[in-house]
Structure formats: C-alpha cells, structure tokens
Write a protein of this length. Sequence first.
Length: 246
Amino acid sequence: MSLRSRGEVRTRSDLESLSQAVAEDLARIAASAISVHGWFSLALSGGETPQVLFGLLAREYHTRIPWARAEIFWVDERYVPHHDRRSNYGMANDAWLAGSPVPRENIHPIPTDLPNAEEAARQYERVLRAHFLNSWPQFDLMLLGLGSDGHTASLFPRSPALAEETRWAVAAEAPTEPSHRITLTLPVINHAAHVHFLVAGSRKAEALKSALSGESDPLDCPASAVRPTDGELVWWVDAEAAKLLP
Ligand code: 6PG
C-alpha cells in the first residue's frame, strides 16, 4: 500500500510553524464546510501538542473563522473533573474556548460527572446522536494526536475498544493515569471528512514510522487503523517526528 493511501504527510520545521499551517488549513476546511452545509463540526484531541494551535485559534484566528457556525466536540477525555488540569476539555477551554466567539451551547464536552466512564460514554453518544440526527456522524475535521506507543484518541494498544464497530463512544482504559477514559471509536474517526494528525517531537518518530509503514498490526499501533472511508487523511509532522521517515 503506497504511503499516500495511508494519508498525506506534511512536514514543517517545528511545532510553531506546524501549528500555523494547521490553523490555516482548519480555517479553509471550516469555510468550506459552512458554505456547503451551514456549520463546521470539529473534534479535538487533548495532550500537549495542540496547545500551540489552540493559542493561535484564540488570537490570530479569533475573528478569521465564523465561530458562531462551529460545533466543538472532543475525540476523547480523561475521566477527571473538567477543572482538573489533565482534562482535555479544561485544557482547550483555558487555552482557547473560554475567550472565543464559539457559543457555549455549541461546545460539547464529554461529561465526566456521571457515576462512571461507561455511563459518561453512553451520555456522550446520546449528545452525538442528537446532533448528527442518529446517522453515522461525519465530523468535518477530526484533530488527532499520536502517542509514543502508537495510540491515538484513547485507543491504546491491545484495547478492546479497537474492536468496537457499532457504538460511537466507549469507555476505555489507558496504561497511564488518568486511566479511565472515554473515546470516539474507530468507525466514527474513519467516517470524518478530514482526519488530521498533529505529531511533534523525536519521541514520536518510531510510532509515526510504524503508523505510516502499512505493516503495523492495529492492535500494536492503533493509529495505523485510522484510514478514513471517504475522507482526507493528513499527517502534520515536525522535522523531529519525521526523522525516521524515508
Ligand atoms: C489524550 C489525547 C491523546 C494525545 C496523545 C498525544 O487524551 O491524551 O487525546 O490521544 O493526542 O497522547 O499527546 P501529546 O500531544 O501530549 O504528546
């Protein structure tokens, strides 16, 4: 399978220039989605890598995107309170959304105040089904990260969640704290119109090479299972992460 069939790799020298390029492409995708179907659905991942991008969306892109037409969701969440510094919602809200023109009713955090992650996943799926009118959700843009172990979203190696084919969101376990997670499933991720990975730093180089090799077992490298059915797959990577690529 050619490298291209596993997505297009776009390399930038460092995280700053990478984030600038992603922000510009996000603006293009948003404008196109809004002109085609009136709104722009964006699913965010957490972790450190997107923090620079969130800062750009908060400042340089504060008015450049019609945020009133945006609907913000999460790819995954750690099962901690939203005010916890490890919360993916909390990180995005603090870095960007709290001061953004996105209407609060258009921001759909994964709930973490239910009795457990399983109930939270089912509640989040109800929110998704209400929004996407119960047909397979096609997010306009899905922003994914890559763990050094090859995980993406909260789909970790050997996770039972990797085999889920009907539910849209499930509870999952991470090998690191916070271990209880909620994550979108692979069918939902692969149904997106645009799936963009943001990968930076030399510690991701092995996982990136594995994900792009076309020879990895998805059980060992879940990111390699991200192959949009009809959508665009782009790997935004900095020079450090790309250093093992041919
Ligand atoms: C999470 C993320 C996760 C993340 C990767 C990379 O909840 O942690 O959604 O999938 O994207 O772990 O994280 P870094 O950007 O911090 O390396």
